[in-house]
Write a protein that binds this ligand. Structure first.
Ligand SMILES: *[C@@H]1O[C@H](CO)[C@@H](O)[C@H](O)[C@H]1NC(C)=O
Ligand SMILES: *[C@@H]1O[C@H](CO)[C@@H](O)[C@H](O)[C@H]1NC(C)=O
Ligand SMILES: *[C@@H]1O[C@H](CO)[C@@H](O)[C@H](O)[C@H]1NC(C)=O
Ligand SMILES: *[C@@H]1O[C@H](CO)[C@@H](O)[C@H](O)[C@H]1NC(C)=O
Ligand SMILES: [Zn+2]
Length: 532
């Protein structure tokens, strides 16, 4: 028997053993390190009895093996590249989100596959920045879009630019461009889509250079003691500079960054600009001057009415601020990330030279910062749906799809809950204080529970863990849960996706996309191989 079959048998034995035990919270096996008890929550779906048999697992593994053996490596040129960025999509978030998805469909959950987890190639990305052990979304965007590492809080500039250093940000030698710009230079159409403000750090990485990610409008530049006439804010760069002016499809939130304080948007919300500029009007007049067909939309209904075959440029701003969380949104007003992705691909694929599209699931991060795991996991499922749409709409032979995260978070899945136990439920009871603990917890954040006056740990049994706004427990109190410094995963499918193997620096990511799609200044597949 091969060693892999041997290890399968061991896990089968373990699974069989666990499932055969009666419901109880008594310890099942213990040593100095594993004070374990398989904890069973109230009602949970059962796994199929087949799974108690070795044949089930051997068949499952052999079928994966067959698929992998049959899969050719794709070494042609990638006409299109789509990059999906799950903001804060840490590795534990993947297992939690797939379990949530499966359980929402009545399954045990753990075996569920998020759409991109079926991609053929996976690697690990190291996310630290030039001056920071743990990344923020700005320095990491510079890495995965422009191919260099930079300082925390800065976008599209080198490590020579410190946070807030407006003069340094203006020096040509300190400014870098992104794969979106390289793709435009190669004649491709480009798009940027997000569930956050379109001027937020991750999407800004595609089109801006700034010494401070918070400079989303001119007032923010002034607040940092800098001159907005010298250092343009991010919204202004998007509308008036390159590559922003040439982006064919721009969809997200953040209307306030584009409107003056004395103007109100379609929802009656005030603009944030103090320079009097109406950048939405500027965007329209730029496209009009260029005799392009264009459309500005601000709600879902308008977006779905646009015929993408007939428009060159579409700007969609669906909220004054970030888009609402999918779980809390008014779905008639705000499109889903899947709808935004489908629309963008239809706009972009008209270009025969292909396209580059950046799509961010931006609010996974925000759910985590609030330790609201329901929201973070649901946003992850929405992100997976958008990726499914992209895989359905493109051919693997000609479109490279890369899915990754900018940085991790501190969510952990812990304890020994039974198979199929509610991922938002109780994992077990501490043998020290006899109080329950949840499967999901965070290392820090607003979910911290004060001990009782007598020093006893907070008893979470009185909480409603099923509430979508529940703040899961954190070990130490912080008003906002922090990012994590652990590696994040990269999932890839399409030409040269096999280059995303092993553990690599985050700034390697766009170099592969550029290699595969023959853009940028580095080596490309077209240097040695010309399929067209
Ligand atoms: C806002 O103020 C500017 C001058 O600062 C003026 O030109 C513009 O007409 C005003 N807009 C509205 C809607 O009041
Ligand atoms: C959702 O938005 C639509 C359009 O603005 C509005 O008519 C409707 O009342 C809203 N629904 C809820 C539940 O707020
Ligand atoms: C602390 O107080 C709570 C609430 O009054 C009580 O339930 C718990 O048993 C107490 N714990 C200890 C260790 O005395
Ligand atoms: C924790 O709270 C639950 C529900 O209020 C209660 O049944 C249980 O006895 C409490 N546990 C302890 C150790 O106080
Ligand atoms: Zn964050």
């Amino acid at each position: 028997m091969s060693s892999s079959l041997a290890s399968v048998s061991v896990s089968v034995l373990l699974v069989t053993y666990i499932c055969a035990t009666p419901i109880s919270n008594k310890p099942r096996y213990t040593d100095n390190y594993h004070h374990s008890h398989i904890f069973r929550g109230a009602s949970r779906p059962a796994h199929s009895p087949d799974q108690n048999n070795a044949a089930y697992w051997r068949h499952q593994a052999q079928s994966t093996l067959r698929e992998k053996l049959a899969k050719p490596l794709l070494t042609g040129r990638a006409r299109n590249v789509i990059m999906f960025l799950g903001d804060g999509l840490s590795i534990p978030t993947l297992a939690a989100a797939r379990t949530y998805l499966g359980q929402s469909q009545g399954q045990t959950g753990e075996e569920t596959v998020l759409s991109f987890e079926a991609f053929p190639h996976t690697g690990l990305s190291k996310t630290y920045c030039v001056d920071s052990q743990v990344a923020d979304s700005a320095c990491s965007a510079t890495a995965y879009l422009s191919g260099i590492k930079a300082n925390i809080g800065t976008i599209g500039v080198t490590g020579n630019v410190k946070l807030n250093d407006c003069p340094a940000m203006l020096e040509a030698a300190n400014r870098v461009t992104s794969i979106l710009k390289w793709s435009q230079d190669a004649g491709k159409s480009t798009g940027v889509v997000t569930t956050t403000r379109i001027t937020h750090a991750s999407p800004a990485g595609a089109y801006s250079q700034t010494a401070n990610r918070n400079w989303e409008n001119d007032a923010e530049v002034k607040n940092s003691g800098q001159d907005p006439n010298k250092c343009d804010d991010i919204a202004k760069q998007l509308i008036t500079s390159l590559p922003g002016r040439n982006i064919k499809v721009i969809l997200g939130g953040g209307r306030k960054e584009f409107l003056p304080t004395n103007a109100t948007d379609e929802d009656g919300k005030r603009g944030a600009r103090t320079d009097g500029l109406d950048l939405i009007a500027e965007w329209k007049s730029d496209k009009r001057r260029r005799r392009a067909s264009f459309q500005y939309v601000w709600n879902r209904e308008q977006l779905l009415r646009v015929n993408p075959e007939r428009k060159d440029f579409v700007l969609g701003l669906f909220n004054s601020d970030h888009l609402e969380y999918h779980l809390l949104a008014n779905t008639t007003k705000e499109p889903t990330l899947e709808e935004l992705t489908r629309f963008s691909i239809r706009i972009l694929r008209k270009e025969p030279r292909g396209f580059f599209l950046f799509v961010e699931g931006g609010r996974i991060d925000h759910g985590h910062h609030d330790t609201k795991a329901h929201l973070a996991l649901d946003e992850t499922v929405e992100f997976a749906k958008a990726i499914k749409a992209a895989t359905d709409m493109t051919r693997e032979e000609e479109t490279l799809i890369v899915v990754t995260a900018d940085h991790a978070h501190t969510l952990s899945i812990s304890g020994y809950p039974a198979r199929g136990n509610d991922i938002f439920g109780i994992s077990g009871k501490s043998d020290v204080d006899k109080l329950p603990y949840s499967t999901i917890s965070y290392a820090n954040g607003p979910g911290y529970k004060q001990p009782l006056p007598n020093g006893s740990r907070y008893n979470i049994s009185q909480d409603n863990l099923a509430d979508v706004n529940y703040k899961f427990p954190a070990t130490l109190p912080l008003s906002s849960e922090t990012h994590g410094g652990d590696d994040v995963a990269v999932f890839a499918r399409g030409p040269w996706s096999h280059l995303y193997a092993g553990t690599f620096e985050q700034n390697f990511i766009p170099h592969v996309m550029a290699y595969a799609s023959c853009v940028g200044n580095g080596r490309t597949v077209c240097d040695v191989y010309r399929p067209y």
